[in-house]
Ligand binder design. Structure first.
Ligand SMILES: Nc1ncnc2c1ncn2[C@@H]1O[C@H](COP(=O)(O)OP(=O)(O)OP(=O)(O)O)[C@@H](O)[C@H]1O
Length: 827
């Protein structure tokens, strides 16, 4: 153990260190802060670096007499009586408050072995060092922050060690160093697979610190019998999540900051430690990390000193240590370097090295910023309340529409019955009219104009074929509305067209009725003039009855078939719309999957490329190490080949950086694609729903088609029977050609006994009068019903529109955030 000399009186006590900045240009808050701490001499010896005059210490600078140089710092602690508490509060505590407000922070302890790094940081021994004090403050803050109900504060702890250029996770010692890779993700340097443990309190965090310290690799050297042989990086992660809810949107503002507390391995030259064998290899690797750190510091300090702002190459990737500390040096962090030095005369060279090294670090400019992420999601509880409210509104509307619809449906059925009755009455009127004419003219021919008019009336009475189509049920439309949110507007338009067509039909019907009534009036006057003529023979009432039955059956058939065909048409439209929706959803999903696979493939290729480049770098690094091992004296001889290798390295570094950048951007794209795919996944449920609907509609369509065919068959049979019976009577009253022989049968209301009895053989004036009254009454009823119908249609339109708007809004809200459904089997 070498003799140690005590510090003398000219060593200054520390003045409060503040990150507000001191007088010179380097003290700005974004420069790396550097303070020097001199270890008290061992065994109370006097003399040494301070006392021997080798160095002269001032408040913020050190003068080296041997090379006549002055080195500036932010603060210098030379007094043996500087306590850990005083050092922490004057030097480190201001960094903690920055960390708590969201900035990244770093404290690095640098210096030769035995100079007090471990003592200062508290990564060994019993003294409470910087790390525990930082934890004290941070957990104190956490307790204070707990009063803010909108903010959740989480603290995580990680503890790594870089030993022999390999990473070790001190919180999971069994983890293989090969699985710990340094990567840059979203602009943040992270060690993949390294443990970050959630620690709720100070005790939990300090116990992890102790556990990690136990696992650290130490060993005895000539200079320190318990020397740390690795770089130890204790990391605190603070995550503050502030949550706000506006309407149904939950907004999370997450601020994440990192605090690296680094105890570097001793910076002394390998030969001074008296190391050989494994210890020598360790020393070389330690030096390698520190050498790279030195290069990074030199490059960054040149960058900030350069007048033309040229950016030299910064070899962060040269060692694991510099890669992890990339943010702390020249990046997004507030950084403090504690340069620990020994007071002993014999450590002069190491002390000078440390002083030079550390003073360079002061030139590094960092760019600290607070990084926050905002995540928005849907508040499902309030959304559910709104949905429930909307659902109950929809139910009310449905109920109302059902009531309206059943009323409307009944009215329409009545109307249909009345129209059919009226047609029957018209046909009967025509027949009776023919009888009356024949009776009054006694078989003589009528004047031509009278015959024409009679023909017209006859056509009008018999050829009335205005079909009755079923009015689409608003209730059905409402159900469709619920099922097909995407087609709401199209549905509405289609419904309006149907309503318009229906109204047109009703108008045409009224017009026909009007004409019929007019004709009946004209007929009346004609009949009065012809009253004196005798009554000719009339066709048998049975035949007339048969003809009426046939006509009635034909009418019913038409009405029913028309209704079937409209329903089938509507179903086919719905099926094709839904099929189209399925195709669109499936195409989108397939495209996203294909893109993602392509990206994954590219990512694998890039990963392989990066691996190859890293291997190449390691191979070259091995070569460089061998060069260094040949001894310091031969370094100058080999410097040329070393420089060449560095240039090659630079090239490799660049291509590695490019590959990593590409990999990063690919990862972003993949994440985006994954988001799209997870959104697409919810479409699977939609596809299933749509498919079920299509299946149901298809079954309905087949059923309707079948019914229609059966109906046609039945009608053909009835028609054949009736025609045969009519033919058997041998004379004329066949249905007119205007009644196209179309299919159908529904059990005819004219088949029953009561109706048969009501058919009289001939029409007299009183019957015509009666008919006229009936027609007028029907017309009035029709008008009233048409008005009711129009009123209903306009009400339905309003209701539908309002519902459409609500549904579209609801759909839009659902689309804003729907939690990705669990992966499902694709349809
Ligand atoms: N400021 C200080 N006050 C009192 N004792 C100190 C101080 N600094 C260091 N020491 C003591 O000096 C010895 C060496 O210090 P320490 O182990 O911290 O050195 P180190 O730089 O971490 O060495 P290594 O790099 O080999 O791990 C320890 O016994 C420590 O207690």
């Amino acid at each position: 153990m070498p003799p140690h000399a005590p510090l003398q009186a000219q060593c200054h006590s520390p003045a409060p260190f503040s990150n507000q900045g001191s007088k010179d240009q380097h003290s700005k808050t974004d420069s790396v802060q550097v303070c020097v701490r001199v270890r008290p001499p061992f065994g109370g010896h006097a003399g040494g670096v301070c006392g021997g005059g080798t160095f002269r210490f001032m408040n913020e600078s050190i003068y080296s007499a041997k090379n006549n140089q002055t080195y500036n710092f932010d603060k210098i602690y030379t007094s043996p009586s500087t306590t850990q508490t005083a050092f922490y509060s004057s030097c480190v505590s201001s960094l903690v408050s920055k960390f708590l407000s969201g900035y990244n922070a770093t404290v690095l302890a640098y210096g030769q072995t035995g100079s007090g790094k471990t003592y200062t940081m508290g990564t060994g021994g019993d003294e409470k060092g910087v790390i525990e004090r930082v934890l004290d403050d941070v957990y104190g803050y956490k307790i204070d922050a707990a009063t803010d109900k909108d903010t959740v504060t989480k603290i995580k702890v990680g503890f790594l060690e870089v030993y022999n250029e390999q990473l070790r996770d001190l919180l999971q010692p069994t983890m293989s160093p090969k699985d710990l890779n340094v990567r840059e993700i979203d602009g943040e340097v992270v060690v993949q697979n390294a443990l970050e443990v959630d620690c709720d309190d100070y005790e939990a965090a300090t116990s992890l610190l102790r556990e990690g310290i136990k696992g650290r690799i130490t060993g005895g050297t000539d200079m320190n019998k318990e020397s740390s042989r690795s770089h130890a990086i204790f990391t605190l992660v603070l995550e503050k999540t502030r949550t706000e809810t506006v309407d149904t949107i939950i907004k999370k503002n997450i601020v994440r900051s990192k605090f690296h507390l680094v105890d570097l391995a001793g910076s002394e030259r390998a030969k001074r430690t008296g190391a050989n064998g494994a210890r020598l290899k360790e020393s070389v690797n330690i030096n390698q990390g520190l050498l790279s750190l030195g290069k990074v510091i030199r490059a960054l300090s040149q960058e900030s000193l350069s007048k033309n702002n040229t950016t030299p190459f910064v070899p962060y990737r040269e060692s694991k240590l510099t890669r992890i500390l990339q943010d702390s040096l020249g990046g997004n962090s507030r950084t403090l370097m504690v340069a620990c030095i020994s007071p002993d005369e014999e450590d002069y060279q190491e002390t000078l090295n440390t002083v030079v090294y550390a003073s360079q670090a002061r030139n590094i400019k960092n760019k600290p910023i607070i990084v926050n992420r905002i995540i928005e999601s849907v508040d499902h509880t309030s959304q559910k309340l709104i949905e429930d409210k909307l659902r109950s509104e929809i139910n009310n509307l449905t109920l109302k529409l059902q009531q309206d619809t059943s009323f409307e449906k009944k009215e329409k059925e009545d109307l249909t019955t009345q129209i059919v009755n009226m047609r029957f009455a018209s046909a009967e009127a025509k027949y009776r009219l023919a009888n009356i004419i024949s009776h009054h003219t006694g078989g003589k021919s009528l004047p031509v104009p009278v015959l024409r008019q009679l023909e017209d009336i006859s056509c009008l009475l018999v050829d009335e074929e205005t079909p009755m189509s079923a009015v689409p049920s608003p209730n059905k439309a409402l159900k469709r509305l619920n099922q097909k949110v995407d087609d709401l507007e199209r549905d509405l338009e289609r419904d309006e067209q149907i309503f318009a067509a229906k109204s047109k039909e009703l108008r045409a019907l009224r017009k026909h009725l009007h004409k019929t009534v007019g004709r009946v009036k004209e007929l009346e006057s004609e009949l009065i003039t012809m009253n004196s003529n005798p009554n000719p023979a009339s066709p048998s009432p049975e035949k007339v009855k048969l003809a009426q039955q046939l006509r009635s059956a034909t009418d019913d058939y038409h009405i029913q078939q028309r209704s079937y065909s409209l329903q089938i048409q509507q179903l086919e439209i719905n099926i094709s719309v839904k099929t189209e929706q399925i195709q669109v959803i499936e195409k989108g999903r397939d495209d996203a999957m294909r893109l993602m696979e392509e990206h994954e493939q590219r990512k694998r290729e890039l990963g392989d490329k990066i691996e190859r480049i890293c291997e190449e770098i390691n191979r070259r690094q091995g070569g460089k190490n061998r060069l260094e091992l040949t001894g310091e004296d031969q370094l100058s001889v080999l410097s040329d080949s070393f420089d060449q290798k560095e240039e090659d390295d630079e090239e490799l570094e660049n291509s590695l950086e490019n590959a990593e950048n590409e990999l990063n951007s690919l990862s972003h794209q993949i994440r985006d694609q994954q988001r799209i795919v997870s959104l697409q996944k919810q479409s699977v449920r939609r596809i299933e729903e749509l498919s079920a609907e299509i299946k149901k509609m298809d079954a309905e369509r087949i059923k309707l088609t079948e019914l229609s065919k059966q109906f046609e068959k039945g009608f053909e049979g009835i028609k054949r029977d009736l025609n045969k019976q009519i033919d058997d009577y041998g004379d004329d009253p066949q249905p007119q050609s205007g009644s196209p022989c179309a299919p159908q049968h529904a059990p005819s209301r004219y088949d029953n006994k009561e109706n048969k009895e009501n058919v009289g053989p001939l029409l007299g004036m009183s019957e015509i009068e009666q008919l006229r009254k009936e027609v007028a009454m029907e017309r009035r009823k029709n008008q009233e019903l048409a008005e009711v119908n129009l009123h209903l249609i306009s009400e339905m339109k309003d209701v539908k529109k309002a519902k459409t708007v609500r549904m579209i809004k609801m759909k839009a809200r659902q689309l804003v955030e729907v939690p990705p459904p669990p992966p499902q089997k694709m349809f």
